[in-house]
Design a protein around this ligand. Structure first.
Ligand code: 9PG
Length: 446
C-alpha cells in the first residue's frame, strides 16, 4: 500500500465512511473509535465483501471510495478511484490518536470538500462529478414493480403469479412490471429450462403481457451451478477454479464471458427472454462476473470481463429496464438503469443468518441511508422491496425507509395477505419516483 497522507481529526467527533464493493457490502459511516463490520465467514467475504481483498479488522477499508469527516469543520476528505480504475483500488484508513493515516493499493484522488453539509453532501458532489466524468447520460426513472421474492422465495409457482395478477387488478395498485424472481429455472445457469415445479416461464410471461402489464425477470447471468446442464456440456465456458461463493446449497461457478461460446450463449439467453416479452431484467449475483481468474481472453481482468458481460446483457435486451443486484458498485456506473444498494430486507429486523450484515431490515436500512447519495446521480437506487404484511416486524419503519430512500418502488407481499394498513401503504408508496437526487440531511447517515 502507498501512503497517501495523514488527516488531523477531532477523535470525539470524527467519522470515517467505508464504501463496500457491491450491492450487499456495507457502506456505512463509523465514529473513529468504532470497529467496522467484517465478514464472519469465507462465503460472506466472497459474496458480501470483495472476493479479491481481505479487509483488516483493525482499520477502515473502502473499495474505491472512503471519506473522512475530521469533525472540526475543516472539510470532508473524499478518497476515490478515478473513472475506469482497474482494478478499483482498496483504500485504508488507520486511526492513530488524533490522526487518520491514509493508504491505497492503487491510484486514488484525494479532494477536500468544504461542506458544510457533511459526508452526504460531499459524497453527493463526488458522485455528480464522477458520473459526468464517466460520460453518464440522462437516467431513466424506474417503473413500479410487484416482485415474487419476499413472500414466495424459490417456492414460487406459475399459479402464485396468476393469483397476484388477479389481485393487482382488483386492488387498484399502480404496478407497471410484474417481476418473477428466483425459482422458475431448472438450475442456476439453465435459464431457458423450466423447473417442473414452477410451470412454464413462457406462458407466465405471456399472461403478464396479456393483462397489459410489463414482464420482469430475475436472472444470475454469470453464475453456473455445478449441477447444471451448462456446466456438464460446456465445462470450458467456466473460469477454471473460480468460485462465486455458496448459495442454494452448492458452491457456485463463474461463467467466462470472454469465451466466444459462452458469450454467444449469453446473447441467446437474453435475446430469447426479450423475445418472450421480458421488459425488465434484475441481473443478480453479478459480482461473480468480476471474480479474478484465468479467462479465455488472458488480457481481460475480472472487472473487464464483468463490463463486457454486462454490455452483452444490455445489447441483448434492447431498451428493457436493467436493474443490477449483487453488483460491483463503481465498475457498474453507466451499465445499469437501477442498482440495488443494500442487502436483502427480511421479515425480521435483525439479521438471523448470513452474519452481521445478513438479510434484515436493519442492514437494508443502514445501506439505504449510506448510499442514498447515489440516487439520481449514478443510477436509480433500489433500496429493496416494500414488504408490509402483518408478519413483517417494525413494518411502519420499513415503509418510512422505502418512502424516504426508495428510488425504485416494488411491492413484494402476497397481495391477498395485506391488511387494510398494508394495502393503503402499498398503494401510497408503490408509485414512480423521479430519477433526481434526494434531499438529504446528516441524519441520513445515522
Ligand atoms: C434470489 C435473491 C433475491 C434477492 C437478491 C438475492 O449472500 N448470499 O448468500 C445472498 C443470497 C441471496 C441474496 C443475497 C445474498 O438475495 O438480493 O432480492 O433476488 O437473490 O435468490
Amino acid at each position: 500500500m502507498q501512503h497517501l497522507g495523514d488527516v488531523r481529526v477531532d477523535p470525539g467527533r470524527a467519522r470515517v465512511y467505508e464504501h463496500g464493493w457491491q450491492s450487499w457490502s456495507p457502506a456505512l459511516a463509523y465514529r473513529v473509535g468504532e470497529t467496522p463490520l467484517r465478514p464472519g465467514t469465507e462465503a460472506a467475504r466472497v459474496m458480501n465483501w470483495r472476493p479479491d481483498t481481505r479487509p483488516p479488522a483493525d482499520a477502515f477499508w473502502g473499495e474505491g471510495l472512503l471519506a473522512v469527516d475530521p469533525g472540526d469543520g475543516s472539510g470532508i476528505h473524499v478518497l476515490a478511484a478515478p473513472p475506469g480504475a482497474d482494478p478499483v483500488p482498496s483504500i485504508r484508513a488507520d486511526v492513530r490518536g488524533d490522526r487518520v493515516v491514509l493508504a491505497a493499493d492503487g491510484a486514488v484522488e484525494h479532494a477536500v470538500d468544504p461542506g458544510p453539509d457533511g459526508l452526504h453532501g460531499a459524497l453527493g458532489r463526488w458522485g455528480q462529478t464522477h458520473a459526468a466524468r464517466c460520460g453518464l447520460g440522462p437516467l431513466r426513472p424506474a417503473p413500479t414493480l410487484w416482485c415474487s421474492w419476499y413472500h414466495y422465495s424459490t417456492d414460487v409457482t406459475e399459479a402464485d403469479v396468476e393469483e397476484n395478477l388477479d389481485a393487482l387488478g382488483e386492488l387498484d395498485l399502480a404496478v407497471d412490471v410484474v417481476q418473477l424472481d428466483d425459482g422458475y429455472q431448472a438450475e442456476i445457469g439453465d435459464w431457458l429450462v423450466d423447473s417442473g415445479r414452477f410451470g412454464s416461464l413462457r406462458e407466465t410471461i405471456g399472461r403478464i403481457v396479456d393483462r397489459g402489464l410489463r414482464a420482469g425477470l430475475w436472472i444470475a447471468p454469470f453464475l453456473v451451478s455445478p449441477r447444471s446442464a451448462l456446466a456438464r456440456e460446456h465445462p470450458q465456458w467456466l473460469v477454471p477454479e473460480a468460485t462465486a461463493g455458496v448459495n442454494w446449497g452448492q458452491e457456485l461457478r463463474v461463467l467466462d464471458v470472454t469465451h466466444p461460446g459462452a458469450e454467444a450463449h449469453l446473447r441467446t439467453v437474453f435475446t430469447t427472454l426479450r423475445g418472450m416479452g421480458v421488459d425488465f431484467v434484475k441481473a443478480d449475483f453479478v459480482y461473480a462476473g468480476a471474480v479474478p481468474g484465468r479467462r479465455a481472453d488472458r488480457t481481460a481482468s475480472g472487472q473487464e470481463a464483468y463490463r463486457r458481460g454486462m454490455a452483452v446483457v444490455r445489447e441483448s435486451i434492447g431498451d428493457a429496464y436493467l436493474l443490477g443486484c449483487g453488483a460491483p458498485i463503481l465498475p457498474s456506473v453507466g451499465l445499469v438503469d437501477a442498482m440495488r444498494i443494500s442487502p436483502d430486507v427480511a421479515v425480521h429486523y435483525s439479521p438471523t443468518h448470513g452474519g452481521a450484515f445478513g438479510p434484515s431490515q436493519w442492514a437494508a436500512t443502514a445501506n439505504g441511508r449510506g448510499r442514498a447519495w447515489q440516487h439520481g446521480r449514478l443510477w436509480v437506487n433500489d433500496s429493496d422491496c416494500l414488504v408490509v404484511r402483518p408478519a413483517v416486524e417494525r413494518r411502519a419503519e420499513w415503509a418510512a425507509h422505502v418512502e424516504r430512500y426508495g428510488g425504485l418502488r416494488a411491492s413484494s407481499d402476497r397481495l391477498r395477505n395485506l391488511d387494510e394498513w398494508g394495502l393503503v401503504t402499498t398503494r401510497r408508496l408503490v408509485r414512480p419516483v423521479p430519477a433526481e437526487p434526494f434531499v438529504l440531511d446528516e441524519a441520513a447517515l445515522g
